[in-house]
Design a protein around this ligand. Structure first.
Ligand code: FAD
Ligand code: NA
Length: 387
């Protein structure tokens, strides 16, 4: 059989963007290998057959970007709703509007503050520790926002995210803890925000809908690598350590266990995301998916709702890698893998797994467009070397 011009490992947003550009703009024949039973990577979603509610199968995905080119590009495959993301947080029987803002400060301290009064209060409370002296995550957080807000909104949540006491976590995990001295409670502050009108899978499927693109599902690259390695250019978006047989040791990740259930109420929590800040509550968040699409109300089964409890923990072998842990040890390993990757002939590494970086969707698309501009297009149109 005829070799494709380009093989892409992984049908996530990074791989799909590369595939679409190379097929559409350069007319290349692209083969995408994907080991899961579906394309789309972690942005994949399904409509729950019972309730008609779209469920993001690898955790809630909210699209947002300030990158004009990425926004224009995404809009070629889908339009977006005007959904604006908001997050609420429960603590000791109260619900607060996040991120930390004037409304939360007033509610938490039980009294109204002007912006200047709130600034003065937080400055006073955070003066307990100087940020430069902070030797762990707890001290760093207290140095930024003071002890009361830390204990309510950071301590328990962080301990559950990392399954580690914040005094045992590195100070560098947090660089800033923004407090807004306004009532503005939009979660993102990007120019563009919204959810794909017909769902994520429709969007992602459309990206691959091109006569020059073949997506081969349930196909692990490592099972067929000999057919392609060294013979055809490859863009690899799987885990970089796995590519090299974990020769430098495994990179560490956090994962999230997602417990999905259908509940017998038309509205479980009145909003899409509620964080649980109390340390005694074992889960970190509950997602109620129907609230991401209020415009679909008529298509949702009345009296029922789909919710997902999220539990965070360190990933073991076989778990889905979600967030890089990024310890000093991981960074040392990553440098070695980068050296190996550089000298791997005809293979480019990309995406969140291939670069061991947390990438939002718009960042994955943006990084793929850059790789296309700077490496693939020059290679295929001018014969530039692929490195
Ligand atoms: P992926 O989507 O992970 O795709 C990589 C693909 O490669 C996978 O499908 C995998 O099966 C495949 N693969 C790996 N190894 C092999 C192999 N050997 N052979 C064949 N196939 C292989 N972004 C946002 O913008 N907003 C959000 O709200 C948001 N929420 C998120 C929540 C969670 C829990 C997570 C984990 C991520 C979230 N993201 C969010 C980020 C978003 O998921 C990423 O930006 C996106 O997944 C990156 O795409 P990718 O192609 O790099 O990786
Ligand atoms: Na301080």
């Amino acid at each position: 059989t005829q070799q494709p011009d380009l093989v892409i490992v992984g049908a996530g947003l990074f791989g799909l963007t590369i595939a679409e550009r190379c097929a559409e703009e350069l007319g290349l024949r692209v083969l995408i290998l994907e080991r899961r039973h579906h394309l789309g990577g972690n942005a994949y979603s399904e409509f729950d057959p019972e309730t008609g509610v779209e469920v993001h199968k690898y955790g809630a995905h909210l699209f947002h970007t300030s990158n004009e080119r990425v926004w224009q590009y995404a809009n070629r495959f889908t339009s977006f709703t005007d959904y604006k993301h908001r997050v609420f947080g429960k603590y000791q029987g109260q619900v607060y509007s996040l991120p930390m803002n004037l409304g939360l400060i007033n509610q938490f301290f039980g009294k109204s503050h002007t912006p200047d009064e709130a600034r003065a209060l937080i400055a006073e409370q955070s003066s307990e520790i100087a940020t430069e002296d902070a030797s762990n995550l707890e001290e760093k957080a207290i140095s930024l926002i003071g002890r009361p807000l830390y204990e309510a909104f950071i301590k328990g949540y962080t301990a559950k995210q990392w399954q580690t006491d914040p005094t045992e976590l590195s100070a560098e995990i947090i660089t800033r803890l923004p407090v807004r001295y306004t009532f503005q409670n939009g979660w993102f502050s990007d120019t563009y925000e919204g959810l794909p009108v017909d769902g994520y899978t429709a969007w992602l499927t459309k990206m691959a809908d091109h006569p020059n693109i073949e997506v081969r599902l349930e196909t692990d690259f490592f099972a067929v690598a000999d057919d392609y390695k060294g013979k055809v250019p490859i863009v690899y978006t799987g885990p970089v350590d796995e590519y090299f047989g974990n020769s430098e040791g495994r990179l560490s990740w956090r994962t999230v266990d997602l417990e999905e259930s259908v509940v017998d109420t038309g509205d479980f929590q009145g909003t899409g995301v509620v964080n649980y800040n109390d340390q005694e509550v074992p889960y970190t968040r509950i997602i109620e998916f129907k609230h991401f699409h209020p415009e679909r109300e008529k298509t949702h089964l009345p009296g029922k709702s789909v919710i997902v409890h999220e539990y965070s923990r360190f990933a073991e072998e076989g778990d889905e890698p979600y967030y890089p842990v990024n310890t000093a040890d991981d960074r040392a390993k990553l440098l070695k893998y980068r050296e190996l990757a550089k000298s791997e002939p005809m293979v480019l590494f990309g995406g969140r797994l291939g670069t061991y970086k947390y990438l939002d969707m718009h960042m994955a698309i943006g990084a793929a467009l850059s790789m296309y501009d700077n490496k693939l297009k020059p290679h295929f149109t001018e014969g530039a070397e692929l490195t």
